[in-house]
Design a binder for this molecule. Structure first.
Ligand code: ADP
Ligand code: MG
Length: 217
């Protein structure tokens, strides 16, 4: 369903050019759980952004279900992103002065329907946050914040979940909880792409990929 063909991303700054992606070929099938590992700066986040339609490559093609992401209009690309992807980041990116439920319903729905707070509460409950619904997210622990971010990512029932070092700011126990929720989503048919610079993350993935200097090795 996701297909990279010889994808290049070259950044040019005053420090000189960087080949953040250097000829990436990759196919991720629907329902797969793929882990991508590699040291800081090897191009992992660039790969994810390119995959989700938020960063155009300087060469090659990226296709989602056969649709060439960067051959279409920006408007169509935005629609595809909203339909296909949920995101979780290392730094959570919650709105600190909104409460937990409000943060989750912020995610959508993308088609203009009224956001369903009951559905947000259901998701939050399943993530073990029943006692935290009315808290502002600025008052939560890191582990709780990341579970709110997961609820937000899942709110629109995306077929693909992209997680960019989601456990980078968590202790072992909270990291394990996040991995467990990713696995649950995967068992329900979701596609997961998890990026980590951790070489010993205990996740049950279908596939392990390693990245080095812009290449999958
Ligand atoms: P990772 O997520 O694996 O840590 P990134 O994908 O963030 O790596 O970055 C890959 C490389 O591209 C790094 O060397 C980084 O400095 C560089 N890079 C990322 N974004 C930009 C940018 N907007 N301009 C210039 N260089 C960038
Ligand atoms: Mg990164």
């Amino acid at each position: 369903m996701i297909q990279f063909e010889n994808v290049q991303k070259r950044f040019v700054s005053k420090d000189g050019p960087v080949n953040a992606l250097d000829g990436v070929d990759l196919t991720i099938e629907k329902g797969q759980f793929a882990v991508i590992r590699g040291p800081s700066g090897c191009g992992k986040s660039t790969l994810l952004m390119t995959m989700a339609g938020t960063l155009g490559p300087t060469g090659g093609t990226v296709k989602i279900d056969g649709n060439d992401l960067y051959a279409m209009t920006g408007r169509k690309r935005n629609k595809i992103r909203a339909k296909y992807f949920g995101f979780v980041f290392q730094m959570f990116h919650l709105v600190p002065y909104l409460n937990v439920v409000e943060n989750v319903v912020l995610a959508g729905p993308a088609d203009g329907r009224k956001a369903d707070k009951a559905r947000a509460r259901q998701l939050l409950e399943a993530l073990g946050l029943s006692g935290r619904m009315g808290h502002r997210t600025g008052q939560l622990s890191s582990g709780e914040k990341q579970r709110v971010a997961l609820a937000r990512a899942l709110f629109n029932e995306p077929p693909i979940l992209i997680a960019d070092e989601p456990t980078g700011n968590l202790d072992t126990e909270n990291a394990a909880a996040v991995h467990e929720h990713l696995s649950k989503y995967h068992q329900q048919g979701g596609t997961v792409i998890l990026v980590t610079h951790d070489s010993h993350t205990d996740v049950q993935a279908d596939r392990e990929l390693c990245m080095e200097k812009g290449k999958l090795i």
